[in-house]
Ligand binder design. Structure first.
Ligand code: 5RP
Length: 247
């Protein structure tokens, strides 16, 4: 694997796979880091280092990749619980609040994370921020017939927001559920994610937003150090400024 960023993602993905045990029901996240994790899992299964795994994918992307690697898949409705879900993130704050949805997969990702006994997040150090939403916009998935209504409501809450437009396709990004995504910036960023999550999900037409609150058990952070690429483990509460968004 070529550049430094990719090698960091590979290291953190492999570190997460070390936590998988034979017989587990897994949640497979989405995005480039999660894809490397799925790839590493597929290899371990092929080599016989792991067996009797079943997995719930969180997107079309992870479903197709896992099928290609012959990872046995099940629907969320077919499992009672998920032992371990592993997924990437777009921003992680010191209290383990996350923004996800860079790949517009946050609806299924949140379902799987909330059904998991243990949720491990895999990121490189660029994803660690002091305050959410100063850099990355917050994705809000909306029903197509309600996007202008929700857009107005978000603006009335003080947010700037835009409809996510597709690349290499005319028009908007359409999610795996057939919905649209509004990307929002709240003035001053997001401090109390729990309150904002509640407010957003009470707007009619909002399907789900990309805030992940009280879901995370552990964050694995890949970074380049003096001794090469290292993976740091942040475990809840994780540090002096950590407040409360651990599970
Ligand atoms: C997709 C996600 C991804 O996990 C998030 O965008 C991080 O992706 P990457 O590992 O490619 O940086 O939330 O909806």
């Amino acid at each position: 694997m070529g550049n430094l960023q990719s090698r960091i993602k590979q290291a953190v993905a492999e570190a997460a796979v070390e936590q998988i045990r034979s017989g587990m029901v897994l949640g497979l996240g989405s995005g480039s880091t999660a894809a490397l994790m799925i790839q590493a899992l597929g290899e371990k299964l092929r080599e016989g280092q792991l067996e009797k795994i079943t997995a719930v994918p969180t997107s079309f992307q992870s479903q197709v990749l896992a099928s290609k690697l012959a990872i046995p898949l099940v629907d969320l409705n077919q499992v009672e619980a998920i032992d371990l879900a592993i997924d990437g993130a777009d921003e992680v704050d010191p209290g383990f609040q996350l923004i996800k949805g860079g790949g517009a997969c946050h609806v299924q990702e949140k379902l799987v994370a909330s059904a998991a006994r243990r949720f491990v997040v895999v990121v490189d150090a660029s994803k660690l921020v002091n305050r959410l939403n100063l850099g990355f916009l917050l994705p809000v998935e909306v029903l197509p017939g309600a996007w202008t209504l929700v857009h107005r409501r978000l603006r009335s809450m003080g947010a700037e927001c835009e409809l996510r437009i597709a690349e290499r396709k005319a028009g908007p990004v359409v999610t795996d559920q057939g919905n649209l995504v509004l990307d929002a910036r709240f003035p001053g960023g997001i401090g109390d994610g729990a309150e904002l999550e509640r407010q957003l999900n009470s707007i009619p037409g909002v399907v789900e937003n990309g805030l992940f609150i009280h879901l995370v058990d552990q964050v694995l952070v890949g970074e380049a150090g003096e001794q090469g690429i290292q993976v740091r483990t942040l475990t809840c509460p994780g540090g002096p400024s950590f407040t409360s968004s651990c599970r």
